[in-house]
Design a protein around this ligand. Structure first.
Ligand SMILES: Nc1nc2c(ncn2[C@@H]2O[C@H](COP(=O)(O)OP(=O)(O)OP(=O)(O)O)[C@@H](O)[C@H]2O)c(=O)[nH]1
Length: 777
């Protein structure tokens, strides 16, 4: 039997290899596979036998309805890597079954790549399953990297949450689950490690209900739990799936799929019947169309309910996020992965089933989002792109809206299994890996050309004209990128010697393209390089990566908070610069006023006005004045933090011919500093929006702690047994908060922190900080 199967499988791949050369391959291949289904094979082989790896020439652009862009979310050690390895193997594109414990997984292959120059892991892997293209997108789990998590959630259409069946819902899964809720991503759950002693289906289902607050739809029952786990019963199709190791193969490719018969196992038959009936009831309660169908046609005989109709109803509920299908298996013991892949194609959405508001502005033009940039020492920047509309081709120019530049893409690759495959074009819904884009950074929007960006902006403008009436806002509508929060922490970074400064600058520029939340600037006084990041951990990781990937030992200064300064009263100043440098005589006189900008919004760029008599300033002079003011804006008069909401009015400006523009800028800057010194000054501190989800037993402890941190509680919402505390707290009080919260709540609470606004510090805190920064007691 096995020999027949092997022969048959080789035939399929030989045939598909040939058919894939022609355009109709998908149709022909599915017809061919369809024939396979009609034959009475009791054992099914879902992949190529060892040695007969699928031809990579069979890689094509599938229709958009056949694409699934999914992520795998899991708590550490739940089995994400092992599950991914099995998926790649059964899909027939990897030859060997990698094992995390033996260190030979595709991820380890990436580690080899790292040696050759790739510095971080791939952001996506692609493979085919049942005529579907699956793009598996990496979902980093750590909340400290909001932008990292956002960038992957942004391009996912669906997700699989992997659980350790002996542990149920764990902390990290809970956190990412909440983020996926925010992005409204349909999900399925996979209870892994069913072979483990202590694995419990009922415990997992209860924990999903209680902790994730969703309705689980249990689609399978395990046959055996723990050491006796050997297969599954599919409650939708009433089939028994038994994985049967043979003497020459124990890789889980072969399994029996047979209709469950009462006479074979009356006890199991009864259990399955009950579980299936409750599943039908559950689905009917949530889906009216299904309820009608069951009541009208199958109420007398639920057994005859067609699997297709049942699956369609489960799909509707999954897409509407009214329920979550639950499957089980053991990735390590090679059981349950093929049905999981079937479920991904069956229940999770295709790209064209997900709504993206910005797509209406593009029509059939190219619109793609760069969601990850990795730096490869040999090939330069590799940019992962999610194509939302249109077609992408290698050797073509594309326009980057965020950077307002046109770049040339030299090669277009598909990150297929563990290889990158060169492809002639890719269409909407796909994930592409591009080579040659030198300026594109994570979060940038790529379109066909500048003209197509303008056309999209106009379309957006026309539609908004009714709503917003502002072209600026309509322009921002077409930037489909990721919102980058303002960095709130900073510290100095120094290379081991001055000679290595260019290496540090190179490393930082590469890292910035990968991670848009990292900002780098130079201190105007000391000339030191300053790193600005999202959190303590963020800066630590950047430091570590510079050492590991760029072989550069750097020194970090103490971590500081990014304060801002403003003024609350107006002031005037006048200044004259009279200097002779070489043969040139420079003479400038300036008089200006500074005053608080009375605007509701925060304005961090310089606002400059000119008195009527100097309104018609030549362009080069105006530019020099702007530069001078901008320089002062970056360094406030109190403790040198940038200014916000300050307006400058130039009252008088006299320049002797021959005076250089640099001298003009310097004089304006000095004069503005004088005026700012005279005005009444105010320090502003970053105040964060804090959201803590905590069990009600720990609520009072958490609230008590927040009170000591100058926190203001805005709202406490109830979510079953949990409470969600919405508060605002100055960032200065939040250093090391994750450790404190873990201790206060025995690790059961989670929190998110984002910048809410910059607010005035009270006089005591301001005085204390100014003294501290000036080195006074
Ligand atoms: N018993 C059992 N162990 C498993 C199973 N799947 C994975 N493991 C083991 O669990 C450990 C973690 O597996 P990984 O696949 O690395 O899990 P992960 O979620 O990718 O882990 P991180 O990358 O560290 O987050 C390894 O020792 C695996 O061998 C399973 O189905 N059953």
């Amino acid at each position: 039997m096995l020999a027949v199967l092997k022969k048959f499988t080789v035939n399929i791949y030989e045939r598909s290899y040939l058919y894939n050369e022609c355009k109709q391959c998908w149709r022909v291949r599915s017809v061919h596979l369809g024939r396979k289904n009609h034959q009475d094979f009791r054992k099914r082989d879902y992949s190529s036998p060892s040695g007969a790896i699928k031809s990579l020439r069979s890689v094509l652009s599938p229709p958009v309805s056949k694409i699934r862009n999914i992520g795998i979310m899991a708590h550490i050690d739940a089995g994400k890597t092992t599950t991914t390895e099995r998926m790649l193997y059964y899909s027939g594109y990897t030859r060997t079954l990698g094992d995390v414990d033996d260190g030979d997984t595709v991820t380890d292959f990436m580690a080899e790549e790292r040696e050759r120059g790739i510095t971080i892991q791939s952001a996506a892997v692609t493979f085919d399953w049942n005529d579907h293209r699956i793009n598996l997108i990496d979902t980093p789990g750590h909340v400290d990297f909001t932008v990292e998590v956002e960038r992957s959630l942004r391009v996912l259409d669906g997700a699989v949450a992997v659980f350790d069946a002996s542990a149920g819902v764990e902390a990290q899964t809970l956190t990412v689950w909440r983020q996926a809720n925010k992005h409204q991503i349909p999900r399925i759950c996979f209870l892994n490690k069913m072979d483990k002693t202590g694995a419990s289906l009922s415990y997992c289902i209860d924990s999903i209900k209680q902790k994730l607050k969703v309705t689980p739809l249990l689609l399978q029952l395990p046959i055996g739990e723990g050491k006796t786990f050997k297969g599954l019963v599919d409650l939708v199709t009433k089939e028994k799936l038994i994985w049967c190791p043979t003497s020459d193969m124990d890789d889980g490719r072969l399994f029996e799929k047979i209709p469950l018969a009462e006479m074979d196992n009356p006890e199991l038959f009864e259990v399955v019947k009950d579980a299936r009936n409750s599943l039908i009831e559950q689905v009917a309660d949530l889906d009216d169309e299904f309820a009608e169908l069951v009541l009208e046609d199958y109420s007398e005989n639920l057994d005859s309910l067609p699997a297709g109709k049942f699956q369609a109803a489960i799909r509707r509920l999954t897409l509407a996020q009214r329920a979550v299908p639950v499957l089980c298996g053991s990735a390590l013991k090679n059981k349950g992965i093929q049905p999981l892949l079937d479920a991904i194609t069956m229940y999770l959405p295709a790209p064209n089933e997900c709504y993206h508001d910005f797509l209406q502005w593009y029509g059939n033009d190219l619109c793609a989002l760069a969601f990850k940039v990795i730096h490869d020492k040999q090939r330069g920047s590799l940019v992962f792109l999610r194509i939302y509309s249109g077609t992408m081709k290698p050797q073509s120019a594309v326009h980057n809206i965020n950077r307002n530049c046109t770049e040339r893409m030299s090669r277009l690759l598909l990150p297929f299994a563990d290889q990158n495959i060169e492809i002639p074009s890719l269409t909407e819904g796909n994930i592409a890996l591009s080579v040659g884009l030198k300026q594109t950074a994570t979060g940038d929007t790529i379109v066909t050309s500048r003209a197509s960006a303008m056309a999209a902006a106009q379309r957006a403008g026309r539609a908004d004209g009714m709503k917003l009436g502002a072209s600026k806002e309509s322009e921002s509508l077409i930037l489909a990128g990721i919102d980058i929060p303002e960095p709130v922490f900073f510290c100095t970074i120094e290379p081991p010697s001055l000679a290595r400064q260019p290496d540090l600058e190179y490393a930082l520029s590469c890292l910035q393209r990968e991670d848009p939340s990292l900002k780098v600037k130079t201190d105007p006084d000391s000339g030191q390089t300053i790193l600005c990041g999202m959190g303590e951990l963020h800066i630590e990781i950047v430091h570590d990566r510079i050492k590991r990937e760029y072989k550069l030992e750097t020194y970090l200064g103490p971590l500081q908070i990014a304060y801002r300064e403003t003024i609350i009263s107006s002031a005037s100043a006048a200044d004259t610069l009279d200097r002779t440098v070489g043969d040139a005589h420079h003479l400038v006189s300036v008089k200006l006023d500074v005053s608080p900008l009375l605007a509701e919004a925060t304005v961090t760029t310089s606002v400059i006005e000119y008195a009527q008599n100097i309104a018609e300033l030549p362009k080069d002079l105006q530019k020099a004045v702007d530069n001078g003011i901008h320089t002062s804006y970056l360094q406030g008069p109190l403790i040198g933090f940038p200014l916000q909401n300050v307006v400058v009015t130039i009252q008088l400006l006299t320049i002797q011919p021959g005076t250089s523009m640099t001298m003009l800028s310097a004089c304006v800057s000095r004069c503005m500093y004088k005026a700012l010194k005279k005005a009444e000054k105010q320090l502003l501190e970053p105040v964060m929006k804090l959201e803590i989800t905590v069990h009600e037993d720990h609520l009072n402890t958490v609230l008590g702690d927040l009170a000591q941190r100058r926190g203001s509680i805005h709202e406490i919402q109830s979510r079953q047994d949990d409470k969600v505390v919405v508060a605002s707290v100055p960032l200065a009080e939040m250093m090391g908060y994750s450790t404190v919260l873990r201790t206060l709540t025995s690790g059961s609470a989670t929190f998110t922190l984002e910048l809410s606004s910059y607010e005035a510090m009270n006089p005591q805190h301001q005085a204390k900080l100014v003294n501290k920064m000036s080195g006074l007691p």
